[in-house]
Design a protein around this ligand. Structure first.
Ligand SMILES: [Zn+2]
Length: 408
């Protein structure tokens, strides 16, 4: 060793006996406007690797990187895709500034959730101002935004925690949290909308989804291409041995279908697939399958449940159209059949999934075992595997013994 300097020489493995930690790319919308999205993602308890604004910034910025991809960002929450869960461990998270879904007002204008949040914040500040000593303390100690975050969303930026706790009593927090809740009851029409109400409201013409801008579509195309290239694992001869596959690029709703609606039905999956990014079925295959299916118009729910799981979704084969099935089907429809995201499977849903399975045959994931015959087969093949492994082990042992004999 040369003094205190380490001499590290690159000596790469002969084969790809290692792989990439990042397996998936997850797309999100922020629901909030740019200012709020940046504040939440930079100061709050959630984070993402990238954030894409609606338009390029005047200084030339197309998007921001908030967290380097070697670190784990907190964007996925409880999640599942292709037998893996806790996707924060294994994914890159991309947030896009998009207002989600808005409600049509009598005036014809659209009310977006971020506007409701801003209104509630405005009312709240008016109320806080009436309590002069509290207001001047919040301003003096620079705690107003932490306080608003706390009473509106139950989040306190951790860096402010100590100062915050020193000055703000539980009683005050409770008083203003209650006030926020009653303001929400009166002024927040989004409060009682459930994820499975969205399609119905959309059909009734009461709900609209925010569009992605041309800038965002362009940036997504370039960024996803750049990331998939960066995440390739190559052997020492430059041959790719692992890569992010088309079905590894997913929406938040795909990996958490019971609680998430982002990136929503307006996300440009088809546009991206036309540029070779992410999954999209061949139209010809869909048409052929649809024609076949139209003959007996029978929706085979067991096939659908089995194959949605095979494709990646967290769905069990229950043989009934239960909530977990509707959630996964709706997420699939948001992704591939955006005009029909009802959670009720159509013949087209089946045809789309058949075409996707044909184009991207799932590897290594076995369908859930349903029947005793299947179970028997599985046990038999398990025994066979074990027997083969034992034979190999025995052979290895014999070889080792031979070597030892030779050595001594
Ligand atoms: Zn999300």
């Amino acid at each position: 060793m040369n003094q205190n300097q380490l001499v590290i020489t690159s000596n790469p493995a002969d084969r790809c006996n290692y792989n990439q930690r990042i397996k998936f790319i997850v797309l999100h919308y922020t629901v909030s406007d740019e200012k709020d999205s940046l504040r939440v993602l930079k100061q709050g308890d959630v984070s993402a690797h990238y954030l894409i604004p609606k338009e390029a910034k005047s200084n030339g910025t197309d998007l921001w990187q908030l967290v380097p991809i070697k670190y784990r960002a907190w964007h996925a929450g409880q999640s599942y895709w292709q037998t893996r869960n806790h996707l924060n461990d294994t994914s890159v998270g991309i947030e896009i500034i998009n207002y989600g879904y808005g409600l049509k007002q009598a005036s014809g204008k659209i009310l977006w959730p971020y506007q409701v949040e801003n209104n509630i914040k405005f009312f709240l500040i008016q109320e806080i101002k009436k309590d002069k000593s509290l207001y001047s303390l919040l301003i003096k100690k620079n705690l107003l935004s932490a306080f608003l975050e706390d009473v509106m969303r139950g989040l306190v930026p951790p860096r402010d925690d100590q100062i915050y706790k020193k000055y703000i009593s539980e009683k005050i927090i409770k008083k203003y949290t209650n006030l926020t809740n009653s303001l929400r009851e009166q002024h927040d029409p989004f409060l009682n909308i459930k994820i499975n109400d969205l399609y119905e409201l959309q059909q009734q013409g009461k709900l609209v989804w925010d569009d992605y801008t041309p800038h965002q579509r362009k940036v997504l195309g370039l960024l996803l291409k750049k990331l998939t290239k960066e995440l390739e694992v190559k052997d020492k001869n430059g041959k790719v041995c692992e890569e992010i596959l088309a079905t590894d690029i997913v929406g938040h709703s795909d990996i958490a279908p019971d609680r998430k609606s982002d990136p929503g039905p307006r996300f440009p999956w088809k546009y991206l697939a036309e540029q070779g990014i992410g999954a999209w079925p061949n139209k010809q295959d869909v048409d052929i399958f649809l024609k076949e299916l139209s003959k007996n118009k029978n929706i085979n729910l067991i096939w659908l449940q089995d194959n949605l799981r095979l494709y990646g979704y967290n769905i069990q084969t229950t043989k009934i159209l239960d909530t977990q099935s509707k959630d996964a089907i709706r997420a699939f429809q948001w992704h591939f059949e955006p005009d029909n995201a009802s959670g009720i499977p159509s013949l087209k849903t089946i045809a789309l999934l058949k075409a996707l399975i044909k184009k991207y045959p799932p590897i290594g994931i076995q369908p859930q075992i349903n029947t005793t015959t299947q179970l028997k087969n599985s046990i038999n093949s398990g025994w066979k595997d074990l027997k083969n492994q034992l034979l190999i082990l025995d052979k290895d042992l014999k070889a080792t013994k031979k070597q030892i004999d030779l050595f001594f």
